[in-house]
Ligand binder design. Structure first.
Ligand SMILES: [Zn+2]
Length: 399
């Protein structure tokens, strides 16, 4: 009899890589050949993995590859915002099987209403996928700080200003609503949106092989996540990496967090659009960019000032955590694409003489970073103890 830890290690390795030879599986998991063989055979028999010829990289006989079957087990990753919900279905091995998104009016942020949206959306999503898919988790990226503890852990939103939530047990509310709708107990786990985006870029995107990565996502607010050697820096109570609330200008504008002059009051999307003289309710970063390119002075200086402020705000972060990679997402990626030189100029004012060696890049998962991060979080929980669901055939469908 093989203990569950072996299954967990093999499934994690296959989920991360998609496909591996048996011998690479042994190396990745530290398990011996016969244990790998026994577990792989068992996983083949339940349809989670399959074995077949790999693409031969050179001369000689191609080795047998063990592959995750993407639609055998899957999770739903949600990105929940004040005015929209986006979800993807990610299968074992990391393939995106389905996408779903809906916008809704701002203001309807009652936790039970938001949970009902997740349940209704999950139901629509499940209808679109084959019956044999086994649902092993739901991950929700939240625009707020998640309590790392609690029962179950990571099920409470400690603080989410855009939703107006304080200590809201959203994970428990969603679980109960899912149970009522489907009669099944699919685990629900919550994460901070920027931290999840950071983790996704580290695992499957622009931060692969980075040691210390800083992820900054720009929208109305500025979110941040720091990954050190593959671990999210969470801090003592979960709000490490809230880069948007670093005090940037003590005389600056009031911030929605209650402080004054936070970085996001300067480089947040609405601030840039307003200082360009455009309407922040209707215009976006590309409108500012187009006007700047056709010679509008206000738009040009709004963008130059924003790019300078991005560099100035990153400089202390660079001094603090010494990253090898900085990923700028959302409208900050647009600034990076057009004002890279201005941003980098400000990064010269750091202790790192090699600051030019910092990889300053956009996210390689594009707009998917956060939903992929939410899915990875759900898989992480599911693959901790796969024996819990390996024997069952929980389904996200009503009887
Ligand atoms: Zn603030």
């Amino acid at each position: 009899m093989i203990d569950g830890g072996g299954f967990s290690r093999i499934l994690r390795a296959l989920h991360a890589a998609g496909a591996l030879t048996r011998s690479d599986l042994g190396t990745a998991t530290g398990l011996n050949r016969s244990t790998v063989a026994t577990i792989v055979n068992e996983l083949v028999s339940v349809g989670l993995v399959e074995e077949g010829a790999g693409s031969s990289g050179g001369v000689g006989r191609p080795s047998l590859m063990v592959r995750a079957v993407p639609d055998s087990v899957a999770v739903i990753g949600w990105d929940i915002r004040a005015d929209s919900s986006t979800a993807i279905v990610e299968g074992l091995g990391g393939q995106i099987l389905h996408r779903w998104s809906k916008t809704h009016r701002r203001g309807s942020t009652d936790p039970y209403e938001v949970a009902a949206r997740v349940v209704a959306g999950s139901s629509e999503i499940a209808e679109e996928l084959p019956d044999h898919v086994m649902w092993v988790g739901i991950g929700c990226a939240m625009p707020g700080i998640i309590d790392p503890g609690g029962e179950p852990p990571r099920s409470t939103v400690h603080r989410a200003p855009t939703l107006g939530w304080v200590d809201t047990p959203f994970g428990v509310i969603v679980s109960a609503a899912l149970h009522e709708r489907f009669g099944s107990d699919v685990p629900v786990v919550l994460g901070n949106d920027a931290n999840l985006g950071a983790m996704a870029e580290w695992t499957r995107g622009a931060g692969k092989r980075s040691r210390v990565m800083v992820f900054v996502s720009g929208d109305v607010g500025i979110g941040g996540g720091v990954i050190v050697n593959g671990e999210t820096l969470t801090g003592a109570s979960g709000f490490a990496g809230e880069i948007g609330h670093i005090r940037f200008d003590p005389q600056g504008a009031a911030c929605r967090c209650g402080a004054r002059g936070c970085w996001e009051t300067v480089i947040g999307l609405t601030s840039i659009v307003s200082s360009a003289g455009l309407d922040p309710l209707t215009a976006g970063i590309n409108d500012v960019l187009e006007a700047a390119q056709s010679g509008d002075d206000a738009c040009q200086s709004a963008l130059t000032n924003a790019a300078r402020a991005v560099g100035q705000g990153l400089a202390p972060v660079v001094n603090m955590v010494n990253p090898d990679t900085i990923v700028l997402a959302g409208h900050l990626e647009v600034l990076l694409a057009h004002y890279r030189h201005t941003i980098i100029e400000e990064l010269r004012f750091t202790l790192s003489r090699e600051s030019t060696d910092i990889r300053l890049v956009g996210p390689s998962l594009g707009t998917d970073s956060i939903v992929v991060g939410a899915s990875e979080l759900a898989f992480d929980r599911a693959l901790e103890r796969p024996q819990r669901w390996l024997a069952s055939t929980e389904s996200l469908r009503s009887e």
